[in-house]
Design a binder for this molecule. Structure first.
Ligand SMILES: [Zn+2]
Length: 173
């Protein structure tokens, strides 16, 4: 399962995310980089809530009085290096901007849950109905036939295939 992801989608650094924003005509402010990097810095599909939580539970700065005592003490990674609240509005606004510019895709896998996709390559998804996890697979070899003509005044903008999967052995509890 993870091989689908690793083959198609790799985590990006903050510098790469900033370049990606600019390539899509998005002014790369620090907060926008924070939000975009929360998504592009991983290989998972994340909801806005996931991103909000990720940003606001990152490691603390040297000005934080708890530094050196918490479970994240001394931990170095690619997250934002300073603690600052990123508001829900900023997360949603940035995601909407990235969507408008075609930098990410939005996937509605369940009526109540939208996941944002950092993978720009043409691909479709497995959706595990048990865990809610989405896994990528390449669009290359897949063909879809017999699609209806789009309604008047519209054109097809893409076809998203979601293959719903469940464990082979059904366990009953
Ligand atoms: Zn995907």
């Amino acid at each position: 399962m993870p091989r689908y992801h690793s083959a198609m989608n790799t985590p990006r650094t903050r510098q790469e995310v900033a370049a990606l924003l600019q390539a899509h005509g998005v002014h790369a402010t620090r907060q926008r980089i924070d939000v975009a990097h929360a998504l592009f810095g991983q290989t998972r599909h994340l909801s806005a809530e996931d991103i909000l939580e990720y940003l606001n539970t990152g490691p603390t700065t040297e000005t934080d009085t708890d530094l050196g005592r918490g479970p994240l003490a001394g931990r170095s990674n690619d997250r934002p290096v300073t603690r600052r609240a990123v508001s829900k509005a900023t997360v949603y606004n940035t995601l909407r901007l990235l969507l408008e510019r075609g930098a990410i895709r939005a996937l509605v896998v369940e009526a109540t849950r939208v996941l944002y996709d950092p993978n720009n390559a043409p691909h479709h998804h497995f959706f595990n109905t048990l865990t809610g996890e989405l896994t990528d697979f390449p669009a290359g070899p897949v063909t879809v036939e017999g699609l209806p003509v789009p309604p008047a005044g519209t054109v097809a903008d893409g076809v998203d295939i979601v293959v719903r999967i469940r464990p082979t052995a059904q366990t009953s509890r």
